[in-house]
Write a protein that binds this ligand. Structure first.
Ligand code: TTP
Ligand code: MN
Ligand code: MN
Ligand code: MN
Length: 385
């Protein structure tokens, strides 16, 4: 094919939700470095810069082949000056000096380690960094005051930073299914997040739960949590009530990307077979950055901690919630931006509001939602923006 045919369709598609982004692509050698810079920008709370790098990386993920020369990029959207400079350096030298020095920097490494604690955000990690703290162990040694969530995060630091496998996600699916069916027969449970997009591993396992009879799902979460606790399956949980109806700021516009469903951030105690344990030990021995001592070693007993997110939605909002909880985070962000800037609509995990028609648009499926938004349907496996 002619060189210009490499990327014919992508040229005019500057929103990630207009493109198909598979999980496996051909440009990791460029996207991983760009995402280091994005992460570093997040650590300095420079959101605009972070999004710019993430959009650049995302465009490259959608390309049908590996980039070899700068002129292949000239018609692509979203590639800013800074990203192009980084890409050029990698194409010419194999690495980018800016990326490598970022990776090596004490601040980046400390922020990565500290934000790697469940319950610790960028603000807190940055304050600790400026106080001289560098790792979760430093938090223990200096006796930092920690929230309950952060205590659980430190205690289970190694497990929670060991990727959750698909196999583990399936075992947890079975458990969640049993719990939900026990307390509300007829409930529907779907796996959302990265595993729904086809990822082989994740940092947690995400579930969305509903019931075809509107209202039957109310106050469901405490029942699920009680069931799980009775079985000794939870190491930590924090349940938040549905605050959607109480909110004053208009249904389609929650104050942030946080939604208002009844939800539970939890840590499961996952029993492991002998084989799983051996795999786990083998896998962690590759991880030179581990901080032994923050977590009670459970030698002998065979379990590990896994982060699980549970969300309950009313049936009428299920399509919105499914779309909102499937990700990727950039894909979601781009969907909302598309809705607002191109369609005069406001999209959340609860609703879609059309400002021109001044009414909410109903949807029973993700397909209907894409249609409302004037977008070609993109299946979950191609939302890996
Ligand atoms: P995550 O579980 O954070 O991410 P992920 O499943 O894509 O990847 P990972 O393997 O790292 O777990 O979030 C899943 C989706 O949930 C994400 O698209 C955004 C959505 N979400 C909300 O809608 N509201 C929230 O408050 C949070 C935390 C996530
Ligand atoms: Mn997830
Ligand atoms: Mn994540
Ligand atoms: Mn999650």
């Amino acid at each position: 094919p002619k060189p210009c045919e490499v990327t014919p369709a992508i040229i005019t598609k500057s929103y990630a939700c207009q493109r198909r982004t598979p999980l496996k692509h051909h440009n990791s050698f460029l996207t991983e470095p760009l995402e280091i810079l994005a992460e570093n920008a997040e650590f300095s709370e420079n959101e605009g810069r972070s999004i710019a790098f993430r959009r650049s990386a995302s465009v490259l993920k959608a390309l049908p082949r590996a980039v070899r020369a700068m002129d292949e990029l000239k018609d692509l959207p979203c590639l800013g000056e800074h990203s192009l400079r980084v890409i050029k350096e990698i194409l010419e030298d194999g690495t980018s000096s800016e990326v490598e020095s970022t990776r090596q920097s004490e601040q980046f490494q400390a922020m990565k380690a500290l934000t790697g604690v469940f319950g610790v955000g960028v603000r807190t990690a940055d304050r600790w960094f400026r106080e001289g703290l560098r790792s979760p162990l430093d938090l223990v040694h200096t006796g930092q005051k920690l929230s309950h969530t952060q205590q659980a995060g430190v205690q289970h630091y190694n497990d929670l930073n060991t990727p959750v496998t698909k196999k583990e996600a399936m075992v947890i699916s079975d458990i969640v299914e049993r719990a939900v069916k026990a307390v509300l027969p007829g409930a529907i449970i779907i796996l959302t997040g990265g595993f729904r997009r086809g990822k082989e591993v994740g940092h947690d396992v995400d579930f969305l739960i509903t019931h075809p009879e509107e209202g039957a799902e109310e106050r469901l979460m405490p029942k699920i949590v009680n069931w799980l606790e009775d079985q000794g399956l939870l190491l930590y949980q924090k349940t938040t009530r549905n605050s959607y109806l109480e909110s004053k700021d208009g249904p389609a516009r929650p104050p942030s990307n946080m939604d208002r469903f009844e939800r539970c951030f939890s840590i499961f105690r996952l029993e492991q077979t002998k084989v799983d344990c051996d795999e786990h030990v083998d896998a962690s021995s590759y991880n030179s950055g581990r901080t032994d001592g923050t977590e009670e070693r459970h030698s002998g007993s065979s379990w590990r901690a896994v982060r699980v997110d549970l969300v309950v939605s009313p049936y009428s909002q299920f399509a919105f919630a499914t779309l909102g909880w499937t990700g990727s985070k950039l894909f979601e962000r781009e969907l909302r931006r598309w809705a607002g800037q191109e369609k005069g609509m406001s999209l959340s995990s609860h609703a879609l509001y059309d400002s021109k028609q001044q009414r909410y648009l109903q949807a029973n499926s993700e397909e209907e939602l894409f249609a409302h938004l004037g977008l070609e349907y993109i299946p979950p496996s191609e939302r890996n923006a």
